[in-house]
Design a protein. Structure first.
Length: 219
């Protein structure tokens, strides 16, 4: 009997030693970006207004702004979702999610910790944009598309999720102007809006171009 207990003890000790010697995977080592990380309620960057309305319903408020040289029609939807359309293409270029109950992949939602975010999407160094802290992940299939996660400065928890095709710095803006010039057409070249209920946009009072403005999403 004693020999059996001794043998069992030796076996358990060997198992423990093997487990202790097994190299631990670093945080975020198994994490990666998926196509679904760049979609919200099936809506992705590049979609048109029909798909957006089918997913979110009719907008409750809209405004036309200029961001990084691009005219954007921002539409607010019920539940704290904002979809931005490039006026000159009529396609989605920006999705902002402030809904505190919305869950992305792996349960990432408002209040998620930096550790949980990096275990889901991968290890990433935080960036400062317009005074706010972000984890920014580039779409492997299109480096001009970004998943931007704004963090609370006090406890480093998730505040706002944003999926965007707008340039996030001046160097990206300059490169995008060469690769996708249709986004930067002057307002005289194309001013017809795309929702059937609207005909023309009066942009005579539009302010002059301003610097990059992607931060301050919680304001």
């Amino acid at each position: 009997m004693k020999q059996k207990w001794f043998s069992a003890g030796v076996f358990l000790a060997l198992v423990f030693c093997l487990l202790a010697a097994w190299p631990a995977a670093p945080a975020g080592a198994q994490a990666k970006l998926l196509d679904e990380d760049f979609a919200c309620h099936t809506v992705t960057l590049g979609d048109d207004d029909d798909k957006v309305i089918a997913a979110f319903g009719a907008p409750i408020f809209d405004r036309t702004v200029r961001i990084a040289g691009i005219l954007v029609k921002e539409c607010d939807f019920a539940g704290d979702f904002t979809i931005g359309f490039a006026v000159n293409t009529g396609k989605v270029v920006d999705i902002t999610i402030k809904n505190k109950k919305y869950e992305a992949r792996n349960g990432v939602r408002y209040g998620a910790t930096a550790s949980w975010i990096q275990q889901t999407y991968g290890t990433k160094k935080a960036r400062r944009i317009d005074g706010n802290k972000f984890y920014v992940y580039d779409n492997p299939k299109d480096r001009f598309q970004h998943l931007m996660l704004q963090m609370n400065a006090e406890d480093n928890s998730l505040l706002v999720m944003r999926i965007t095709a707008l340039p996030i710095d001046d160097s990206e803006r300059q490169e995008l102007m060469i690769r996708k010039p249709e986004l930067f057409r002057e307002k005289e070249q194309k001013s017809v809006w795309f929702i059937p209920s609207e005909k023309e946009i009066d942009m005579s009072a539009m302010p002059e171009d301003k610097p990059i403005r992607l931060g301050g999403l919680t304001e």
